[in-house]
Design a protein around this ligand. Structure first.
Ligand code: ADP
Ligand code: MG
Length: 706
């Protein structure tokens, strides 16, 4: 029962697309926090699946509780005592007919009303301590002395949540949202045809949603795998996969119907390419040559190219992009090149300039946030007048309605950092043609998935590293060795090398007190004598980030403390050493990306993975695997297999499309059936497809008319 409903927030006119702040007690600040969980609309809340459930429907005897298991008991407080040991704590003894249970609290301000002799309901996890069975920080509720204890009728969901939003608050929002659904104030239309539901044995959406959030006891298994396989969950997962498949097919269909400007492989194009290659300080690898030839042929056709170029970190994707760009320019056309961040856009711009440095007449421009208003206006005018040949920028390039009169090629670097929606969208031109698209990614999608997810999209792979590049030697060490390592890092920097020091978080956080933050590491490391230490994290302004990166490149900074914002693409050839704190908390692909930042020059790279002991055996295995495996594809495959469903929100790092309920590790067995169902749906109920896409991929159309 949150605060009063704000004036003007009537219930009338609500629908599943309404923003979350239509719910009581949900203001702008909370809505922003929920947005971090990818919760924006009411329906997002309905599709926010519980991680697990608590069973408060059944009362146990204290003696029936099992070590490590949760349970609900009811009894009388036989003892109430505040002890001062190493720290203050509250100790209670709860007694029922079957025996005593010790309860311990280190924070107990909220329990000031408790007294010995009271009857309480208690829910918590049992463990066997020195003094018999005990619970630490159980949930307590004072009951009247007599009468049956109030039991829940359904299981209590536990949701993935975020800092600032308690489990209790989130349950409250869901409770309110579900009430609207039950009352019929909000409708969640059934979009799957009845035949499909019957054939798959799926319940209708309405009942699946209610059952998944408020399951009656016994409906869902306690085992996460078996629970996932239950039709009420499979039904929701299936629908999301279907929506992705339909979105993909729609884009492919549009692509087939569209025309692109043919960029002929003319004599001029050939000369431009030869000149470009001649002034490179290296020879292309066979792999680069093969992929360039594929792209060259695609571009020469009047149908839009949609090609994904996958290649491990350091496999040399940029030069392949430069060759494609030169073909567009040779045909008198413009190319737009996009990177996910300003830092990367600046670097890509430099890299392309180097590749095309011999063509003095070319205008290769950077649309950066560092431009003054005047510079920016001038640049936009040049682009619109068709004077710019290549424009590099972040995705704002296409968002801001910039007009490219001669645009024929769009290159998207590190495409996995952009949403799935954007990566597959068809970019519409102003005339009746669309540009060719080259998407580049360093986190490959495992082959088994690529077949289903990319379907007929053309995929090229750089499966060979330039010869001089050696794998980054990787060591796994407990964080107790930090002092010794710090000393070594300093020596290595004083020898003229540069190093990265990576932390998972920006600042201290209550939620993860064990993890070292970048600010903490920076405060300590900057004291090292003789070193220039810099700090880079995602909360800094773009301009600041670019400055720090530039100073690191110019070797004004020896040691760069950073969060994982440096993960993609940053190229500093003189950096040879990378240290990663709390490595056990990062995904394997992410670690692989990170370490790909060092050893990019002539000298080999070294990476140290620090972990906080003790490690679980799975974490140990993962770290050992990354230390010994240097093939990005194999790592991506392992990453996928080892990620649990709880880590869904890390999926963006892995090159997988961003999904709401789908976990490709556990759900990929559905893909073949989804593909079949999509075909049938398009043939028999085509009107459902746009609605399904809109429900699950609301941003899918953002770029289609750019
Ligand atoms: P990524 O695929 O990770 O984007 P880059 O395109 O940034 O890799 O290339 C990494 C480095 O390797 C660059 O410094 C680039 O100049 C160099 N490089 C690219 N191709 C070759 C090659 N065939 N031989 C030697 N060095 C190369
Ligand atoms: Mg790159």
């Amino acid at each position: 029962m949150g605060p009063e409903r704000a004036p003007g927030k009537g219930v009338a006119g609500l629908h599943s697309d309404s923003p979350l702040n239509v719910l009581p007690g949900l203001g702008a600040r909370r809505s922003e926090m929920l947005a971090r969980l990818n919760l924006h609309r009411l329906q997002d809340l309905y599709f926010h699946l519980p991680l697990r459930y608590l069973d408060k429907t059944r009362l146990l005897q204290i003696r029936e509780l099992r070590h490590g298991k949760e349970g609900l008991v009811c009894g009388v407080l036989a003892r109430h005592e505040i002890l001062i040991r190493r720290r203050r704590m509250l100790e209670l003894v709860l007694q029922d007919d079957s025996g005593p249970l010790n309860l311990r609290f280190f924070h107990f301000a909220h329990l000031s009303k408790l007294r010995a002799g009271q009857r309480v309901l208690c829910y918590g996890t049992l463990r066997w301590g020195n003094q018999g069975p005990e619970m630490i920080h159980p949930e307590l509720r004072i009951l009247p002395p007599k009468g049956p204890p109030p039991l829940e009728t359904t299981l209590t969901p536990v949701y993935p949540t975020t800092e600032g939003i308690s489990q209790y608050a989130l349950r409250g929002y869901l409770g309110n949202a579900l009430r609207l659904l039950r009352q019929g104030t909000v409708q969640l239309p059934e979009l799957l045809p009845r035949e499909l539901l019957e054939q798959q044995g799926f319940p209708p959406l309405y009942s699946a949603i209610l059952q998944v959030h408020t399951p009656p006891p016994g409906l869902l298994s306690e085992d996460p795998g078996a629970r996932r396989a239950h039709p009420v969950i499979q039904r929701i997962v299936f629908e999301e996969l279907l929506a992705h498949n339909l979105a993909l097919q729609r884009i492919k269909r549009q692509a087939k119907q569209s025309r692109a400007t043919a960029l002929p492989n003319s004599e001029a194009a050939g000369t431009a390419r030869d000149e470009l290659l001649a002034q490179l300080p290296f020879k292309l690898t066979n792999s680069q040559r093969k992929v360039s030839a594929e792209i060259q042929q695609n571009l020469a056709r009047p149908a839009p190219m949609m090609r994904l170029l996958q290649g491990d970190v350091g496999s040399g994707k940029t030069v392949v992009a430069a060759i494609a760009v030169s073909q567009a320019i040779a045909a008198g056309r413009q190319a737009a090149v996009m990177a996910p961040t300003g830092v990367l856009a600046r670097q890509l711009h430099q890299h392309l300039q180097e590749c095309l440095a011999h063509r003095l007449e070319l205008r290769i421009e950077l649309l950066s946030s560092a431009l003054t208003r005047k510079q920016r206006a001038d640049l936009l005018a040049r682009i619109a007048a068709g004077e710019s040949d290549v424009v590099v920028g972040t995705h704002s390039l296409l968002q801001e309605g910039i007009h490219f009169p001669r645009l024929a090629l769009v290159v998207i670097d590190e495409q996995h950092k952009f949403g799935v929606q954007q990566r597959f969208s068809l970019l519409g031109g102003k005339d009746d043609t669309v540009p060719h698209q080259l998407l580049m990614s360093a986190t490959p999608i495992p082959r088994t998935l690529a077949v289903c997810l990319y379907a007929d999209l053309d995929v090229s792979t750089l499966d060979e590293l330039p010869t001089h590049r050696r794998p980054v030697e990787t060591h796994v060490m407990p964080n107790g060795r930090r002092a010794a390592i710090t000393k070594r890092v300093r020596e290595i920097c004083l020898e003229g090398n540069q190093a990265f020091w990576i932390c998972g978080a920006i600042e201290e956080s209550e939620a993860t007190p064990r993890r070292r933050s970048a600010e903490q590491a920076y405060a300590e490391l900057r004291k090292l004598p003789g070193l220039n230490v810099g700090l880079l994290h995602g909360r800094m302004k773009n301009q600041e980030k670019e400055n720090v990166m530039e100073r690191f490149k110019q070797r004004e900074i020896d040691l760069l403390v950073a969060t994982t914002v440096v993960e993609v693409g940053v190229d500093v050839p003189n950096a040879t050493l990378m240290l990663i704190e709390d490595a056990e908390n990062l995904g394997l692909s992410q670690l692989h990306q990170l370490r790909g930042r060092v050893g990019r020059g002539r000298k080999a790279g070294t990476c140290v993975l620090l972990y906080a002991p003790p490690l679980t055996s799975i974490a140990r295995q993962r770290l050992d695997a990354i230390a010994h495996e240097h093939n990005g594809f194999k790592i991506a495959e392992q990453d996928l297999l080892q990620r649990g469903p709880g880590e869904l929100h890390g999926s963006r790092q892995t090159g997988m499309p961003r999904t709401r309920v789908v976990d490709f590790a556990t759900d990929r067995h559905l893909l073949p059936q989804v593909a079949k169902s999509a075909k049938i749906l398009l043939a028999e109920h085509p009107e459902q497809a746009p609605q399904l896409i809109a429900r699950w991929l609301p941003d899918e159309t953002i770029y289609t008319n750019a």
